[in-house]
Design a binder for this molecule. Sequence first.
Ligand code: FES
Length: 119
Amino acid sequence: MADDSNVICASGDLEDGGKGVRFNIDWKGQKTPAFVIRHKGVAYAFLNQCGHVPVELDWQEGEFFDAEGVYLVCATHGALYDPAKGDCIGGRCNGRGLTPVPVEECDSRIRLLKYQLIK
Ligand code: FES
């Protein structure tokens, strides 16, 4: 039987440009918030920390995309990020992008790689 300990969510939980799923990981020994979204069919995950001030991006749980579902947006001051790479596209992130978190999609599940999921 497969090890489900690092499964973040089911593939069907993520819609392209839609709501993301929040989770916590062990990042350098600290419980750290992260999230996963789907963009152009691919699941991408990042630490949930803005490049401007290290606050969480979503003002409503799971709402990471802008109204058009194109860029990730920080709810605090509106910094915009590329949903595939986490690069700062505009606003107060001033070139400081999001920190990517490795995930894989397999058997209709999104699984955290390399790090430990904290439930
Ligand atoms: S805290 Fe995110 S843009 Fe300022």
